[in-house]
Write a protein that binds this ligand. Structure first.
Ligand code: ARG
Length: 467
């Protein structure tokens, strides 16, 4: 069959041009959304008296049949029909005859493709929020089991101050909470209907855009027809939120990789989430977090790619914009792949509490607290800092930790020391001394867990309302 737009042409398209310009290879992912949009459009054409009701019913029937065939894999898409929109229309006409050609009345592929993308991303944003929510639940579960587990907290990857492992995990819960909130917020800008903008200027037919919006459950319609067909901000926004999510996942990945090394030995990932080496029989590699860390690169790349495609594009639609799709699909697949593994991997991760305890005991991360102790005795903080610096140096030179020092040794550095110091230096005391809102004291972390459950419930409700 010839091209749907063949009338003006005197020659066949060069087959390399067909191959080069076609998007069907990837935009067939939009088949469901394309037909969903078409069903709403043709219903509106009937309601507005633009098409006779009889034709509307025939077209709807035909569209449903085409959808059914696509779902069953019974349709072979063709490159010479360029994209999903024309492939569906061709198949519709093959199914019901020339009346199928009435579907495209008052519409252009430019507002059609934009509508498909809005419908597609709207679903993905809800799905991905749900997956982030599952990951938060896994992290909170581990936090609850580790309310009494102390690890060294780090700055510059040097031991800094002891903290609860639960507190560390809850930091990620906060990050993923912001990610969910960003996705929820972006939904407002995704859930806007471009259809009715036509190619760029609107249409001569007396259509009802608000009726289409209602049917497709869009909150609003685009204000400006040029903007409707050339806006890809909602995809950029998604790619940028996705980049931040991957950045968070890759930070967590890096910690999981470090923590599972023999050097740290803080955690063990379940065998089901690790792989072996083809040569070294002893190895158990944390491939999943490594690969998530690595795949972060392509997600950033997809964002930069689309930003660059759109830069300097004149209004309205340009073929360049077809380049919006592969990066978006790839980003969705990359995020889904990572998130579906991360929640169960975190939930099944084993925490090596004795080893964490050992790390905390053989450590100077309680040094700030002796300085604070001397400050409590009236010494200016700067002087206390100097005294403890010298005490730590003495310990290092003599192979001791602060808790190993005798009172006589302490007194060499300051007469202000007394026996209370041994209690002050206990990791539990150090942790619980940070009893400020958002701090690492056990009560504070327990409260933080409770507060996070309220946020989780809000997400649950949002997910329910947007299914
Ligand atoms: N496949 C095209 C895309 O993805 C659909 C819109 C084509 N519009 C056009 N005027 N050629 O951007």
């Amino acid at each position: 069959m010839s091209k749907l737009w063949g009338g003006r042409f005197t020659k066949q398209t060069n087959h390399l041009v067909d191959e080069y310009t076609a998007s069907i290879g990837f935009d067939q992912k939009l088949a469901e959304e394309d037909i969903q949009g078409s069903l709403a459009h043709v219903t509106m054409l009937g309601k507005c008296g633009i098409l006779p009701q009889e034709d509307v019913e025939t077209i709807k029937d035909g569209l449903n049949k085409v959808l059914d065939k696509i779902r069953k894999g019974d349709i072979e898409f063709s490159i010479s029909d360029e994209d999903i929109h024309m492939n569906v229309e061709k198949n519709l006409i093959a199914e019901i005859g020339p009346v199928g050609g009435k579907l495209h009345t008052g519409r252009s592929r430019n507002d059609q493709v934009a509508t498909d993308m809005h419908l597609y991303l709207r679903k993905r944003v809800v799905e991905l929020s749900g997956m982030l929510y599952e990951l938060q639940k896994a992290l909170i579960g581990q936090a609850r089991d580790n309310l009494d587990t102390i690890i060294p907290g780090y700055t510059h990857l040097q031991r800094a101050q002891p903290i609860l492992f639960a507190h560390h995990l809850m930091a990620y819960v906060s990050m993923f909470q912001r990610d969910i909130e960003r996705l929820m917020d972006s939904y407002k800008r995704i859930n806007v209907l471009p259809l009715g903008a036509g190619a760029l200027a609107g249409t001569t037919f007396p259509i009802d855009r608000h009726f289409v919006a209602e049917q497709l459950q869009f909150d609003r319609v685009y204000e400006n027809s040029l903007d409707a067909v050339s806006d890809r901000d909602f995809i950029l926004e998604f790619l940028s939120h996705a980049s931040i999510i991957m950045m968070h996942l890759s930070r967590l990945s890096e910690e999981l990789v470090l923590w599972s090394s023999t050097e740290f030995n803080f955690i063990e990932l379940d065998d089901a989430f690790c792989t072996g080496s083809s040569i070294m029989p002893q190895k158990k590699n944390p491939d999943v977090p490594e690969l998530v860390r690595g795949k972060t690169g392509r997600v950033y790349g997809n964002l930069m790619g689309l930003l660059t495609v759109l830069k300097s594009l004149p209004l309205a639609y340009n073929k360049d914009m077809q380049e919006d799709k592969e990066g978006m699909f790839d980003t969705v697949a990359t995020l889904e792949g990572a998130l579906q593994l991360f929640a169960p991997m975190i939930a099944t991760m084993k925490v090596n509490k004795p080893r964490m305890r050992e790390a905390v005991n053989k450590d100077f991360s309680n040094a700030t607290d002796i300085a604070d102790f001397l400050v409590g005795k009236g010494l200016p903080f700067r002087q206390a800092h100097e005294v403890i610096g010298k005490t730590v140096l003495y310990c290092i030179q003599n192979g001791k930790y602060l808790l190993d020092l005798t009172m006589d040794e302490f007194k060499q550095f300051s007469p202000l020391f007394d026996d209370a110091i041994y209690e002050v230096l206990q990791p539990e005391t150090v942790v619980n001394a940070r009893n400020v809102y958002g701090g690492t004291a056990t009560d504070q972390v327990a409260d933080a867990i409770k507060r996070s459950e309220v946020l989780l419930q809000m997400t649950e409700q949002w997910l329910e309302e947007h299914q």
